[in-house]
Write a protein that binds this ligand. Structure first.
Ligand code: IPM
Ligand code: MG
Length: 372
């Protein structure tokens, strides 16, 4: 298969982790006889520095022409601490989502057996957790009208949703639930918010089209608690933009590190793949950023094009790296010097040599002297 992939490394740790994902994709192309071409674009704080625009026109054009977009991370503390900044890096990411109409964001939350002890939660609570969060990505309070009064003392952000916006992400979530355990949980705040009541109405109207799916509801505050005390009860979670942002980051506690969470954002015409973690500027260029979320985003990209064996190879490589403790310091209690690049090299090597023994991998990648 030929794929033209736009690569937007962005800010902070974005470039280092994205480089590992590109490495994995190049190895996949070589092993499975595909032709993947990559074209880089500027976005975020780095784009502001170079062009005064967090989302240059050229970047949007690269994305529009591409079959898929691989995104790194966005943000910079110098903007985070300045509430008066008119131009912000995040406008780059939000602009891409809106301009390419990437309305449905899918975030898998999977508890890996090899990492259960890394979570601050109890193993018996989190073992076998496997959740898909369907987050609406181009509406709600993120994109509603924003106002600041002239005297600067009153501000508002409108949370607005249309039936159409709810329907398209809801259909996708129902279909996902149908193909899984058949349970869909709508998370909202329908006891308070009018927009949430519209979500309930629309989702209830779609329910009869999916007789195999059991639909239930949770208010966001209650869902935030249930997700931690009993995550296994969930199969597919459907929710609006901001609740999905918060819940998915909370869910990283189950998995053990936010450095593991990947995502897909899709619309009718375009698809983007990105880790859910941020730019973590203070960790940039130290070789400590976990590249797995980015590498797993590359696996989601392959799934999107039906390249399931290829995606599985990447995931097996990730599993193996976790098993052999070839992981960055956020997860590693055994070795203290495994860098971002080293994890990427390991997974690249696994893609080429999946049948190598554990011992060989350990010897090669941990620098032990004898290669059996
Ligand atoms: C995410 C991020 C973004 C969001 C930020 C960087 C704008 O937190 O993708 O979860 O809030 O959507
Ligand atoms: Mg977030």
């Amino acid at each position: 298969m030929k794929l033209n992939i736009a690569v937007l490394p962005g800010d902070g740790i974005g470039p280092e982790v994205t480089a590992q994902a590109v490495k994995a994709l190049k190895a996949i192309a070589m092993e499975f006889n595909h032709v993947f071409t990559f074209q880089n674009g500027l976005v975020g704080a780095i784009a502001i520095d170079k062009t005064d625009n967090p989302l240059p026109e050229e970047t949007i054009n690269i994305c529009k022409k591409a079959d898929a977009i691989l995104f790194g991370a966005i943000g910079d503390t110098k903007y985070d601490i300045d509430p008066n900044a008119k131009i912000r890096p995040e406008q780059g990411l939000l602009g891409i989502r809106k301009k390419l109409d990437l309305h449905t964001n899918i975030r898998p939350i999977i508890a890996y057996d090899d990492l259960l002890t890394k979570s601050s939660l109890k193993i018996k609570q989190i073992k076998d957790t496997n959740i898909l969060i369907y987050r609406e990505l181009t509406g709600g309070i993120y994109f509603g009208e924003k106002k600041l009064s002239e005297d600067g003392n009153t501000a508002s952000d409108i949370c607005q949703y249309s039936r159409h916006e709810i329907e398209r992400v809801a259909h996708a979530a129902f279909q996902a639930a149908e193909a899984r355990k058949g349970k869909l949980t709508l998370v909202d705040k329908a006891n308070v918010l009018e927009s949430s009541r519209l979500w309930r109405r629309v989702v209830q109207e779609l329910e009869p089209q999916y007789p195999k799916v059991t639909l239930d509801y949770l208010f966001i505050d209650n869902a935030a608690m249930e997700l931690i005390i009993n995550p296994r009860q969930f199969d597919v979670i459907l929710t609006e933009n901001m609740f999905g942002d918060i819940l998915s980051e909370e869910a990283s506690v189950i998995v053990g590190s936010i450095g593991l969470l990947a995502s897909t954002s899709i619309g009718e015409k375009h698809a983007m793949f990105e880790p859910i973690h941020g730019a973590y500027t203070k960790s940039a260029n130290k070789g400590i950023a976990n590249p797995i979320a980015s590498i797993l985003s590359a696996a989601m990209l392959l799934d999107h094009f039906g390249l399931y064996d290829e995606a599985a190879r990447i995931r097996e490589g990730v599993d193996k790296s976790l098993k052999l403790h070839i992981t960055t310091p956020d997860l590693n209690t055994k070795y203290d010097n495994i860098s971002t690049t080293k994890v990427g090299d390991f997974i690249e090597d696994f893609i080429h040599n999946p049948d190598e023994t554990n011992l060989n991998f350990t010897n090669i990648h941990l620098g032990q002297s004898t290669i059996i």
